[in-house]
Design a protein around this ligand. Structure first.
Ligand code: DAH
Length: 347
C-alpha cells in the first residue's frame, strides 16, 4: 500500500514540473565542480527527488492527466540527465585544460646552471684573487681614446677602420678589447695596482665556428715601481698551471702589441695529447692562450704616470677560447644559442 501522504495531487505535480522546468537547467549550468553537480543530481534524480515523487504519484491521476503529466515528467527527467551528463563532461575538459588533476605529481622546477662562459670567468677570477688581483668592470661603449689612442694604437692602424670596429653614430664605439679598462683604472688611481677586467668585446667578424661579433675577454694589469717581466712570467706560470694542470709547460713567443714592449704570445702545452700532437693543438703540441707584455711607456704617459717611476705588465685572453679548449667545445656559436641540451651539460 502506498502512503497517501507521499502522493502528490494533480496541482502539486504541475507545480513541481513547472518549477523544475524553470530552474533545473539553469542551476546545473551554474555548477563549478563535481561535488556540487553530484548534490544536484541527487536533488533532481535521486530516490527522494521530487521528480521521483511525481512519477510515483502519476497513478493517482485520471487517465488523461496521467498521459500528459507522465510524458512531461519523463521528458524533464531525460533533459536533466542529459544536462548533468554534459556538465560532467565539461568539468572534466576544463580540469584537463587547467592541469588540475590532483593525482598527477607536482610540476618540478628545474634548477638553473651557470653559463659556461660565466663559470670560466669566475674560475679564472678565483685564481687571480689568490694573487690579490681585484676584479674591476669597465664599459662596453667607449671612445676612440680609450679603445685606441691611449693604448698607443696609431691613427692609421687597421683595427681603427670602420670595418674592424663597430662605431656608433655619435662617434663612440663598442669596445673591441678589454684593454680599455687599463686606461680607465690608471686614470683614476695611483699604483700599486693589480686588476683583472672580464667583459664583453665586439668586432664585426662574420660569425662562424670560431668567430662571433661579440665575445668575452679578461684583461689583467699589474703596476708598481718594481714589477718586471720576471713577475709577468711568474704570474702567468702560476695562472696557467692552476687552470690547465700543474704539469703544464708554458712557452713565451715574441710578438707585437702596441701597448706592451716587449710583447709576447703565451702557449700552454696541449693538455689533451700531453704535447704529443692532436687535432685540438693542430699537431703542434702547444695551445696559444693569451697575449701579454710589459706596459709600454707611452701608455703610462697617456694616463699621466711617470714612465721612469712606474713599471708593470699587462695581459689579455679570450674567455670563449679557454672554455672551448677546457671542455672540448668545437663551435663558439653554441655559447649564444640558449640550447638547453648544450647548457645543461655544465651543471
Ligand atoms: N687586447 C689584446 C687583444 O684584444 C689582448 C692583449 C694582448 C691584452 C697583450 C694585453 C696584452 O693587455 O698585454 O687581442
Amino acid at each position: 500500500m502506498k502512503d497517501p501522504s507521499e502522493t502528490l495531487s494533480s496541482d502539486a505535480i504541475k507545480n513541481v514540473l513547472d518549477e523544475l522546468e524553470a530552474q533545473s537547467s539553469h542551476r546545473i549550468e551554474k555548477v563549478s565542480d563535481n561535488v556540487q553537480l553530484e548534490t544536484l543530481r541527487i536533488e533532481y534524480l535521486g530516490r527522494k527527488a521530487r521528480l521521483s515523487l511525481v512519477l510515483s504519484s502519476l497513478g493517482s491521476l485520471d487517465k488523461e492527466e496521467r498521459g500528459s503529466a507522465g510524458e512531461r515528467a519523463n521528458r524533464l527527467r531525460r533533459q536533466i540527465e542529459e544536462a548533468i551528463r554534459q556538465k560532467a563532461e565539461s568539468l572534466k575538459g576544463s580540469a584537463k585544460k587547467e592541469g588540475v588533476d590532483f593525482t598527477l605529481p607536482g610540476v618540478r622546477r628545474e634548477r638553473g646552471v651557470t653559463h659556461p662562459i660565466t663559470a670560466t670567468i669566475r674560475e679564472i677570477a678565483r685564481i687571480f684573487e689568490t694573487l690579490n688581483f681585484e676584479w674591476v668592470a669597465g664599459r662596453e661603449i667607449e671612445t676612440e681614446f680609450y679603445n685606441f689612442t691611449a693604448l698607443n694604437i696609431p691613427d692609421d692602424h687597421p683595427s681603427r677602420d670602420s670595418f674592424d670596429t663597430f662605431f656608433t653614430q655619435g662617434g663612440n664605439l663598442l669596445r673591441s678589447q678589454t684593454s680599455t679598462v687599463q686606461i680607465r683604472v690608471m686614470e683614476k688611481r695611483k699604483p700599486p695596482l693589480r686588476i683583472i677586467a672580464p667583459g664583453r668585446v665586439y668586432r664585426p667578424d662574420t660569425v662562424d665556428a670560431s668567430h662571433s661579433f661579440m665575445f668575452h675577454q679578461i684583461e689583467g694589469l699589474m703596476v708598481d715601481d718594481r714589477t718586471t717581466f720576471a713577475d709577468l712570467k711568474g704570474v702567468i706560470h702560476l695562472f696557467l698551471r692552476a687552470l690547465f694542470g700543474k704539469d703544464s709547460k708554458i712557452r713565451f713567443r715574441p710578438h707585437f702589441f702596441p701597448f706592451t714592449e716587449p710583447s709576447v704570445e703565451v702557449d700552454v702545452s696541449c693538455f689533451i695529447c700531453r704535447a704529443k700532437g692532436c687535432s685540438v693543438c693542430g699537431q703542434k703540441g702547444w695551445l696559444e692562450v693569451m697575449g701579454a707584455g710589459s706596459v709600454d711607456p707611452a701608455v703610462f704617459q697617456a694616463v699621466g704616470y711617470d714612465p721612469k717611476k712606474v713599471q708593470g705588465f699587462a695581459f689579455g685572453l679570450g674567455v670563449e677560447r679557454i672554455c672551448m679548449l677546457k671542455h672540448g667545445i668545437n663551435d663558439i656559436r653554441l655559447f649564444y644559442e640558449n640550447d638547453l641540451r648544450f647548457l645543461k651539460q655544465f651543471a
